[in-house]
Write a protein that binds this ligand. Structure first.
Ligand SMILES: Nc1ncnc2c1ncn2[C@@H]1O[C@H](COP(=O)(O)OP(=O)(O)O)[C@@H](O)[C@H]1O
Ligand SMILES: O=C(CO)[C@H](O)[C@H](O)COP(=O)(O)O
Length: 552
């Protein structure tokens, strides 16, 4: 479809990305360059430990705010399409599409159970005990972060105030496309990855019956979705007049079936033309690439032509990210959030903040330069020779699929100064990178053959995080030309819905571009291999402690 389009920079697409902490929007051209960007924080509530809630009204208001900002001063009639991605949080609405409370307080403004909410532990244990066939397609064990346990929790705990009144349960990306178009179709991405839908066989009645949610089968699954479309498909008649007014866009522009945020990041990076960068993956199939989307959490997206079953790694999901390919999704449930937690909880944090502010730097840029000062002649990574972190402060998503695991730190001293904070921060960043290595090894043992990492998300702005991923995995790390690659992924959806590209693959090839490549320092390999041995010992020890404490 696009022939000379590249010569005429005429068409724009809007991408909207709803992350855990904020909503971002970008105006993107047909070469994948960002012309405007805006960000707005969103509200979060944690009414109890492990309960995390949001408001769909607050999120939609933020989408409208950022979209109005990015179109200031441009001819909106050049905008051809709109794409959304979002976290896979659960939105609950009644039959008239009004918010319903997901909390005991009855606060209907808080109608979203966030993806990282772990309230449904007892429900997920019962679901896993069924050993139902659908579990094969989520790595063998369902995560407490998926939607089935959360739905069961609502039925068992908020029957009258929420469950019995509910008319629509949406994954957040699908809520946004409904809000924009009035079409209740669900994206194949959301339903396959978080709701046990099969791209080949549809819903499995026996699963919903065995877990006690047979009520959802009635009305042909209308509450959780009975029209399922591939991401990038144009929805209904496009943007409704009402939504157009709220967003500041022309009515009728194409709106795409959405993606989960990590999957949009995957689309934004995995298909880039890598020629001329000296990368091993240049002569290899796209299946040798692992997209790692690192924000509040990290998601490790690897694709394959045939299904690969990796114990403890979500999937294989058919066509959930790149059409026609199977997807395996490894993950670490808190990464950005863990780094923030470690840094902000340290006694020297106020001093760090003051010093970073005085230099007009982010706290992370300040910490990175501080580490350079204290490392002296040795490589910076060697500062943690006797400080080790196990990063599962919010359980392990992959490859152990064990939500009971906890964080660990070994090597603490009495020091509480800025050096101590910087080294603890470094050890945390390294622990996250070791977690990625652990996931890669599990994927390769099951049949993937990976050679190159493609990183995006907030943490990819951190050069230390990027270098540690290269050094610890031994693989080159590709960063995109556009830092906000997740938004490029969302815009790719809008571009596909507009009809300007014939396929998601074509749009990916045209709109995702390589920026910087960071190669591993192979001379440090021996040191990191030793630290990795300690890393693996830590979880072994944690399990021994647990066995001792739970034994007679
Ligand atoms: N400039 C930066 N330098 C280093 N780390 C950053 C920077 N900006 C964001 N981060 C890290 O990225 C994380 C948030 O990433 P982001 O992709 O914005 O998250 P989400 O999509 O979940 O809202 C933060 O927790 C922080 O640790
Ligand atoms: O489960 C996920 C993807 O399948 C993500 O972890 C979740 O959507 C949150 O993403 P982010 O860390 O970017 O806010």
């Amino acid at each position: 479809m696009m022939s000379d389009g590249d010569q005429e920079p005429g068409h724009y697409y809007v991408g909207i990305d709803v992350g855990t902490g904020s909503v971002r929007a970008a105006l993107v051209d047909q070469r994948g360059s960002l012309l405007a960007f805006s960000e707005q924080p969103i509200k979060k509530w944690e009414p109890q430990f492990n309960y995390h809630e949001q408001s769909s009204e607050d999120i939609w208001a933020a989408c409208c705010h950022v979209t109005k900002k990015i179109i200031q001063g441009i001819d909106v009639h050049r905008i051809r399409g709109l794409g959304f991605d979002a976290t896979c949080s659960l939105v609950v609405l009644d039959e008239e599409f009004h918010p319903l409370p997901v909390n005991c307080e009855g606060d209907s403004y808080r109608n979203v159970i966030m993806w990282l909410d772990h309230r449904a532990v007892s429900q997920v244990h019962r679901i896993n005990k069924t050993k139902h066939d659908v579990l094969q397609y989520v790595g063998g064990v369902m995560s407490v972060e998926m939607q089935a346990p959360k739905l069961l929790w609502l039925k068992e705990n908020l029957r009258e105030t929420c469950w019995d009144k509910a008319g629509h349960f949406f994954d957040l990306p699908d809520f946004l496309s409904w809000k924009a178009t009035g079409v209740t179709a669900r994206s194949l991405c959301s339903l396959v990855c978080k709701w046990t839908y099969s791209a080949k066989k549809g819903w499995d009645d026996s699963f919903w019956k065995i877990i006690g949610l047979e009520d959802l089968i009635g009305d042909n699954y209308s509450k959780i979705g009975n029209l399922v479309l591939p991401p990038g498909t144009s929805l209904g008649s496009g943007l409704t007049p009402e939504a157009a007014k709220e967003l500041g866009l022309p009515p009728g522009i194409a709106v795409a079936a959405s993606l989960i945020d990590a999957h949009a990041g995957g689309l934004g990076v995995i298909g880039a033309d890598v020629r001329g960068h000296g990368l091993i993956c240049e002569g290899q199939p796209v299946t040798s690439r692992l997209a790692v989307i690192c924000g509040t959490s990290s998601c490790h997206m690897g694709i394959s032509k045939d299904p690969v079953f990796v114990p403890g790694v979500w999937g294989p999901y058919f066509s959930a990210m790149v059409p026609g390919f199977w997807l395996n999704e490894g993950g670490q449930s808190v990464t950005g959030k863990l780094i923030d937690h470690m840094v902000q909880g340290h006694a020297a944090f106020p001093e760090l903040q003051a010093k970073a502010t005085a230099r007009c730097q982010s706290i992370y840029a300040y910490l990175n330069s501080h580490l350079d000062l204290i490392k002296k002649a040795q490589p910076v990574g060697f500062l943690t020779v006797d400080l080790h972190v196990w990063p599962d402060f919010h359980g392990n998503r992959s490859p152990l699929a064990d939500l009971t695991l906890k964080g660990m730190v070994t090597g603490l001293t009495l020091s509480q100064d800025l050096d101590d904070l910087a080294i603890l921060y470094l050890a945390t960043v390294q622990a996250i990178a070791f977690g990625t290595r652990f996931i890669i090894e599990a994927m390769e043992a099951a049949g993937h053959s990976l050679s190159t990492l493609f990183l995006c998300g907030g943490l990819s702005k951190n050069p230390l995080f990027v270098q540690m991923h290269a050094d610890i995995t031994g693989m080159p790390v590709v960063l995109s030309q556009e830092v906000e690659s997740v938004l490029v992924g969302a815009a790719i959806l809008g571009a596909c819905a507009s009809g300007d590209f014939t396929s998601v693959q074509e749009a990916m090839g045209r709109m995702s571009k390589v920026g910087k490549v960071v190669f591993p320092r192979h001379e440090d390999k021996k040191y990191y291999d030793k630290k990795y041995q300690v890393f693996l010992k830590m979880v072994e020890h944690q399990r021994e402690y647990s066995a001792i404490m739970n034994g007679n």
